[in-house]
Design a protein around this ligand. Structure first.
Ligand SMILES: Nc1ncnc2c1ncn2[C@@H]1O[C@H](COP(=O)(O)OP(=O)(O)OP(=O)(O)O)[C@@H](O)[C@H]1O
Length: 295
């Protein structure tokens, strides 16, 4: 289901948190809201969810204006950075919760709930932990349970606010790739919030760069990296860390280097290169002798 926001304006007192935001998120996409702390990412996500009300503007799900529809009726799934699981419930019961609290006439039978929860736990690869309690899980496992729980309600769209923000870098990297694969399988229109450029560029198919309550640029990762629309975007995407192969190559081009032809590429390290090169498993990088300065 598509998501659209039209002319969203939101203030907190005299502070303008969102200043006339209009965006479209096509059905089945995985989009990232990217920007520095305080730029309005979470506020926009909460308005889409129905957890926050905009002063002006509209939210449309599948073309239908849901601005006045209560969060419960929007059928939106959320996963937050610190979205606490119910501590006194097992993993299984946490995931089953959304099904058990449905009104009686919509509630699946016990057998159907069992089957659905097993299926979801299998999807997030945690069926072997069904009987554990949240305190017996790692942070990454907890977030996967939170995702399974969000999916249990069969959301029409999925909103994730820094879902892996509290995890260490390695787990975070693994989980974001896993999320991408899961999304490829499910194709539920999803938006996630992050302040991590690499995370957004690596897994999203559309990146919205925000700054001070405004959209600076929205486009495919390659587009925002290769053709930043504003100085802010160029500056914000100037990554210290390496990213995927095409991103590293784009960075090389932007810094005044010309890449040698592809068959001349090999994984190596070059003293002149202004940033750390990726490991061979991540990407091919330029052979030292093949790199020419353009300026
Ligand atoms: N309930 C509130 N009352 C007053 N100001 C708020 C409230 N919620 C958010 N803000 C302000 O609105 C701005 C946008 O906040 P928001 O949480 O959307 O930013 P963000 O981009 O998600 O930041 P972060 O990456 O730090 O989570 C911030 O300056 C914040 O202080």
């Amino acid at each position: 289901m598509s998501i659209e926001v039209r002319n969203i304006y939101k203030t907190f007192g005299s502070f303008v948190a969102l200043d006339n935001i209009s965006l479209e998120f096509p059905t089945g996409g995985l989009a990232a809201l990217l920007g520095p702390s305080g730029c309005g990412k979470t506020t926009l996500l909460r308005i889409i969810a129905g957890l926050e009300v905009a002063d002006r503007g509209a939210v449309l799900l599948g073309g239908e204006d849901v601005s006045d529809i209560h969060v419960r009726e929007r059928r939106v799934g959320f996963v937050f950075q610190h979205y606490a699981l119910f501590r006194h419930m097992t993993v299984f019961e946490n995931v089953a919760f959304a099904l058990r609290v449905k009104p009686r006439r919509l509630r699946p039978s016990d057998a159907a709930i069992q089957a659905r929860v097993r299926e979801l736990l299998e999807l997030v690869q945690l069926e072997w932990l069904a009987d554990r309690f949240p305190s017996q899980l790692s942070g990454g496992q907890r977030q996967r349970v939170a995702l399974a729980r969000a999916l249990a309600a069969e959301p029409r769209v999925l909103l994730l606010d820094e879902p892996f923000g509290a995890l260490d870098a390695k787990v975070r990297k693994e989980l974001r790739r896993w999320l991408r694969r899961l999304h490829d399988e499910l194709r539920v229109t999803s938006i996630f919030v992050t302040h991590d450029q690499e995370e957004a560029l690596e897994i999203a198919d559309r990146v919205v760069v925000m700054n001070r309550g405004r959209v600076e640029q929205a486009g495919a990762p390659r587009e925002v990296v290769e053709s930043p629309a504003t100085p802010f975007v160029a500056d914000f995407l100037d990554l210290d860390d390496h990213g995927p192969a095409w991103l590293v190559q784009a960075k090389i081009r932007h810094r005044g280097y010309v890449l040698p032809p592809a068959d001349n590429l090999e994984a190596t390290r070059h003293e002149d290169c202004p940033f750390e090169l990726p490991t061979p498993s991540l990407a091919p990088v330029a052979r030292p002798a093949g790199i020419e300065r353009t300026a």
